[in-house]
Write a protein that binds this ligand. Structure first.
Ligand SMILES: [Zn+2]
Length: 377
C-alpha cells in the first residue's frame, strides 16, 4: 500500500466529526516533526489547529486543509462502514476520503518528500490544518488562526487549499477565487389587527411586497471577467399567525447576497437599506458577512504555477473557476496571499459512500510536491 493511501486510511479511521479531531493532528504533527518541521499547536475553545513550517525567511508557501468531517447520516445506508476505510473497484471509501483526508494525506507526504529532496529550499513551506471547517460557525478554526497571524506578523505569499475541486478528473478544475457571502435578517414591523378593519392595522406583508419586488429586480453589478454578477436571494419569508382573519404584526425575511469583487459588502448593505427606506418601511436589519470575495488574478505566480502543474502532471488544461461555496481560503486571502484550490473529484462529498479514486489519490502528492519544487525548489 502506498504511503499516501496508508495515511489516508489512518485518518479515515479516526472519527473526527467537527470539532473533534480524534488524534488526526497529533498523528500528522508527529510525522512532520520527524521530517524537521517546527510545530505550533493553536487551540481555541474546543478546536485544535496545527501550524507546521519548514525553512526560514520568505517567500512562504502554505498548504491549507481540515481534518474534521461532516456527519455520516445512518451508517447502515453506507455499503461499508464510514469510518472503516475500504477499497472497492479502485476507489477508497470512507467519510472524509474526498473532503478532505485524502488531500491532507497527500499534502503531508508531498511535504515530507519535498524537504528530504530539498533540505535547503528557499523560503518557508508550511501546513495549516484545522478541525473546524465543516461546522456552522468556523469561529475557532482558520478564522482565529488568521487573527493570531495578524498580531504575530505572519506573512503568507501563496496558499494551496486541498478542497476537492475536480469535476471528473484530478486537474480538470482549480478554484482561483470565491464569491463573498453577505446575509441579513430583516424584520418588517406592522401592526396586528382584524382583517375586517384594515384601517386599524398595518400589514407588513403588503408593505414589504413592493420593496421585495424592487430588490429582486435590482441589477447589483455586471460581474467581471472572473465572476458572474452578484445575486440577491430571499431564502426564508415568514409572517402570519396561521389564522385567516388576522393581519400579522411583523414579517421576517432572511436574505443573502453572493457577491463578486465588483461590489463591496457595505455598498450592498447601504443600497438594500435605501430601498427599504424609500418604501417607508419600519424595519430592523441584522447583517452578517461570512466571507469576503477574493480573487487570485490571472498572471499571479501561484495561479500560473498550479495551471502549469495540471498541464504537466495531469495532462489537462484546467478550468479556472470562482464558482461553488466558500472555503477556509477566504480567511487566508485577506492576509494578502494568492489562494488556489486544487484537490480530488468532489462528486461524492458530504454523501453516503464518499470515495476517492485510488489512482488519483496516489497522483496527488506529486502534484502538491511539484508546486513546492517550482515555487521554492
Ligand atoms: Zn472540505
Amino acid at each position: 500500500m502506498s504511503d499516501v493511501l496508508e495515511l489516508a486510511c489512518e485518518l479515515i479511521r479516526r472519527r473526527s466529526l467537527t470539532p473533534v479531531d480524534a488524534g488526526c493532528l497529533v498523528l500528522i504533527g508527529e510525522r512532520l516533526a520527524r521530517a524537521g518541521f517546527q510545530l505550533e499547536s493553536l487551540c481555541y475553545g474546543e478546536v485544535d489547529n496545527l501550524w507546521a513550517t519548514h525553512g526560514t525567511g520568505g517567500p512562504t508557501l502554505v498548504f491549507l486543509g481540515h481534518t474534521d468531517v461532516v456527519p455520516t447520516g445512518p451508517e447502515t445506508s453506507w455499503r461499508s462502514p464510514p469510518f472503516e476505510p475500504t477499497i472497492r473497484d479502485g476507489r477508497l471509501y470512507g467519510r472524509g476520503a474526498a473532503d478532505m483526508k485524502g488531500s491532507v494525506a497527500a499534502m503531508v507526504v508531498a511535504l515530507e518528500q519535498f524537504v528530504v529532496a530539498r533540505p535547503d529550499h528557499r523560503g518557508r513551506v508550511g501546513l495549516l490544518l484545522t478541525s473546524d471547517e465543516e461546522g456552522p460557525t468556523n469561529l475557532d478554526g482558520v478564522r482565529r488562526v488568521v487573527e493570531h497571524f495578524r498580531t504575530s506578523g505572519e506573512r503568507i505569499d501563496w496558499c494551496v487549499v486541498g478542497e476537492p475541486s475536480a469535476k471528473q478528473r484530478l486537474g480538470d478544475l482549480i478554484r482561483v477565487g470565491r464569491r463573498g457571502s453577505l446575509s441579513g435578517t430583516l424584520v418588517v414591523r406592522g401592526m396586528q389587527g382584524h382583517v375586517a378593519y384594515p384601517e386599524k392595522a398595518l400589514n407588513p406583508i403588503h408593505a414589504f411586497a413592493p420593496a421585495l419586488a424592487e430588490l429582486a429586480a435590482t441589477r447589483w453589478d455586471e460581474g467581471n471577467s472572473d465572476f458572474p454578477p452578484t445575486s440577491f436571494q430571499v431564502s426564508n419569508l415568514n409572517a402570519g399567525t396561521g389564522a385567516n382573519n388576522v393581519i400579522p404584526g411583523d414579517l421576517t425575511a432572511l436574505i443573502n447576497f453572493r457577491y463578486c469583487t465588483a461590489s463591496r459588502a457595505d455598498d450592498l448593505r447601504a443600497r438594500t437599506e435605501a430601498v427599504l427606506q424609500r418604501h417607508g418601511l419600519d424595519y430592523a436589519l441584522d447583517w452578517d458577512v461570512s466571507g469576503e470575495p477574493f480573487l487570485t488574478p490571472p498572471g499571479g505566480t501561484l495561479r500560473e504555477t498550479v495551471v502549469a502543474v495540471c498541464r504537466d502532471l495531469c495532462g489537462i488544461d484546467p478550468e479556472q473557476s470562482t464558482g461553488g461555496g466558500t472555503s477556509d481560503g477566504r480567511f487566508i486571502a485577506p492576509l494578502g496571499a494568492e489562494v488556489v484550490e486544487i484537490g480530488p473529484v468532489n462528486a461524492t462529498i458530504h454523501k453516503v459512500d464518499e470515495c476517492v479514486d485510488v489512482e488519483e489519490l496516489e497522483k496527488l502528492p506529486a502534484v502538491y510536491r511539484a508546486v513546492c519544487e517550482r515555487l521554492l525548489g
